[in-house]
Design a binder for this molecule. Sequence first.
Ligand SMILES: O=C(O)CCC(=O)C(=O)O
Ligand SMILES: [Fe+2]
Length: 309
Amino acid sequence: MTAPLNAAQLQAFEDDGAVLVDLGLSHDLLDRGEAAWDRHAEKGGNLIADRDYVELISAPVFEEIAKQVLRSDRVFILETGSAGSGLDREEINERARRNDWQEKHGIRSEWANSMHIDVQVTTEDFKATPRREHLAIWFWLNDVPAERSAMRVLKGSHKWLGAHWQEMQQRWKADPNAPLPVRHGPRWAAEGEPDARSFAGEDPTAMAAPRGYAQVFSQSLVHAGWHSEDSEPRKGFHTSWVADGVSVGGMRFNDQSGRIDSLRQRSAELRQVMDPQRRHVAMDEITLERMVDLWEEKWPPALRKRFRL
Ligand SMILES: O=C(O)CCC(=O)C(=O)O
Ligand SMILES: [Fe+2]
């Protein structure tokens, strides 16, 4: 098994929840990937119909990163898409500057309003082999300096949150009728949520990255999309990955309930268009339904709405 992350990078992923990795892709592949991004930005449509895009996400390095970080010799693509350019955030930020942006978590700022997590991962999930996570790999076809909407992350927040989710699960398991504390979470106030005010006041880190680098991060890390101060868009694609044997069944319950059906459709399409030597990274139907069935309820009712593995 090749190891794209060196020891320091792997440690940074574990400690910070996010790390930058040079993908070592050829200029030709990056150029064609960038052209695919441009075509999609102009015309929209289904990225999976674009051969250059498919070839790019088929590059073995993504699979190798997912194998290494998820500690598994079998990993699959979960979600795919184009990363937002950040240019369209200008308007909402203008509103914030005019001071009529709704205050969130007691603070009116882009960070307080945009920060979120995408999956709830407990400490045990994060430590498990294979790692129980829906791992995000976002990668860049042009340079992404801080002012060109580099993603903001709160380093280490996945650990703090992991311990919190774990405690909430344990308290619910010990006594399903005992009330959990009501706090202002990253997206709403609910029983069992962590108190988002503590991280709304922190200064996040801009994950500025050169072209050809990927930002590998835990989706349980508090992070936020950001505005651009540049006229040139940030160009990138996002993918997420899951290890064999880790549930994807929680996607059924997500607010955007089409997520599991999208996964079924996307996986089938990818299997059609990927090179036969590479298409094992897209789930076949039997594997996908097996991983849906792996889901078991571990969450107290207030924390069941979304974000589950
Ligand atoms: O665009 C970004 O940098 C982050 C967006 C994000 O976190 C998301 O779509 O879940
Ligand atoms: Fe996100």
